[in-house]
Design a protein around this ligand. Structure first.
Ligand code: HAM
Length: 434
């Protein structure tokens, strides 16, 4: 950047200005009400985490880890990353704070900013915000169903249009390993038709081939074996129960055996909500089960230190959750208009000496008494001040003239002259009598 050139927000980032701040606050309010009502507790983890957390948690072969993390080194030569997602950090916090000792499942929600070095376009940013919900410590299919129902309810409440839910199961354990080999064999048999990227991932991440938009790869994948047809009995039963409960809750879904998510930690249930009201970036929220992720990331703390955690032997810690992008909700939703906060009293500076001090005292008294109040701060003429009070929609204006004040009723139109130290009382009384 040359000297003198205007400095703008970096590509793919944006300022949240007052108009959007109001809508975002109401969105946060809806999420809090819904999730806390369902027993989810708010959690905030640091923006910076050990890079290793995501390499281990999200997966070394994912786009997120290979291409999209913003990383930096701290003074001690440790690599830190701006968090690209929230699930691995939540699992880290679960271990670090011994949450396995609490009643399970531990249900946590967050509203945080995340960072991915992606090609910026409408609906895809380099800093974006997510509401997320994670439930750790239970593999009961009712947790999966509850989690999905809550996201459906949230998107519904926020007016997200033309929503579709796709659902699948990735299985777990041995059946998954056996399926992986089957898929790898299919991919190797058709290697020449695959994209270079998919070919490079046959060993590490063959499932991602389902996600490719490369012509040849798509043709090969049309005849590929499907994981859903190779689930073992436990996984198939688990998936059937999740579907049954979604039917009970009357949440419509379509089973999509080709559904793949961009993160490697998923086991069993996976799902994605899309909105046809969005363009190319149609994913409005998604998630799934990640049994065993806690064990995978044990050993990384926020500063990169080694942690102790739940015992490593025995069954792995189950978990399930989702995240939904706030910007995409705003693009695909009908955000409720947010009423501007009302101004009960505008304190105007009238004629006379020592007016500012007297006005400042009235402002302080008004706020202490619980009124919303603002004061003239830019040296306007009295006419200008009344214009501003009007623009703010102030209910009353106190024109302070020293010991005395003229109190104007901006809606009723009347006015009266009072002792300045009784003005707040008069406004309180008038508002009460309205
Ligand atoms: P994800 O699918 O990567 O999952 O992201 C979830 C949502 O975040 C997406 O559906 C989208 O709405 C939004 N999002 C993702 N990237 C961007 C971006 N660059 N710009 C704007 N919005 C974006 C996760 O992050 C998982 N942690 C979800 C999860 C929670 N799975 C289990 N628990």
């Amino acid at each position: 950047m040359s000297r003198g050139e205007q400095i703008k927000a970096p590509r793919g980032t944006f300022d949240v200005l007052a108009e959007q701040a109001g809508v975002r606050a109401s969105l946060e309010g809806s999420a809090r009400k819904l999730l806390e009502g369902a027993g989810y507790e708010r959690i905030e983890t640091p923006v910076l985490e050990a890079t290793e957390l995501f390499a281990r948690g999200v997966g070394a072969s994912t786009d997120i880890v290979q291409k999209e993390m913003f990383t930096l080194e701290d003074g001690g030569g440790r690599s830190l990353a701006l968090r690209p997602e929230g699930t691995a950090p939540i699992c880290r916090a679960y271990v670090e704070h011994g949450m396995h000792k609490r009643k399970q499942p531990v249900k946590l929600w967050y509203l945080s900013n995340f960072f991915r070095h992606e090609r910026a376009q409408a609906g895809r940013y380099r800093q974006f915000w997510q509401v997320g919900a994670e439930a750790l410590g239970s593999e009961d299919p009712a947790v999966d169903a509850e989690s999905i129902v809550l996201l459906a309810a949230l998107l519904g409440e926020l007016g997200v249009r033309e929503v579709r839910l796709r659902l699948s199961s990735l299985g777990s354990g041995e059946s998954r390993a056996a399926y992986r080999e089957l898929l790898q064999a299919h991919l190797r048999a058709h290697e020449a038709s695959l994209s270079e990227e998919v070919r490079g991932r046959i060993e590490l991440n063959p499932l991602r081939a389902f996600d490719s938009d490369h012509e040849g790869t798509r043709r090969v994948m049309a005849n590929a074996p499907r994981l859903l047809d190779h689930l073992d009995d436990d996984d198939a039963e688990h998936f059937a129960q999740v579907r049954e409960l979604l039917d009970v809750a009357e949440v419509p879904y379509e089973v999509d055996p080709t559904l793949v998510r961009g993160l490697d930690y998923y086991t069993r249930t996976v799902f994605e909500f899309t909105s046809d009201a969005l363009g190319a970036q149609s994913g409005v929220g998604g998630g799934g089960r990640y049994d065993g992720l806690v064990e995978k990331i044990k050993g990384t703390a926020s500063g990169g230190e080694i942690m102790k955690g739940p015992p490593t032997h025995g069954p792995t810690t189950p978990g399930i959750g989702w995240a939904t992008g706030i910007e995409r909700i705003l693009l695909a939703g009908e955000p409720a208009p947010v009423a501007a906060s009302p101004v009960d009293l505008f304190v105007a500076l009238g004629e006379g000496g020592e007016i500012r001090k007297a006005s400042f005292a009235v402002l302080g008294d008004a706020r202490s008494a619980g009124l919303t109040a603002q004061m003239e701060l830019a040296g306007r003429s009295l006419k200008g001040q009344l214009g501003l009070a009007n623009a703010l929609g102030a209910r009353y204006v106190a024109i302070v003239e020293g010991e005395e004040t003229v109190l104007k009723d901006m809606q009723g139109g009347g006015q009266e002259r009072l002792a300045t130290d009784t003005v707040v009382h008069a406004v309180l009384r008038a508002l009460r009598d309205l």
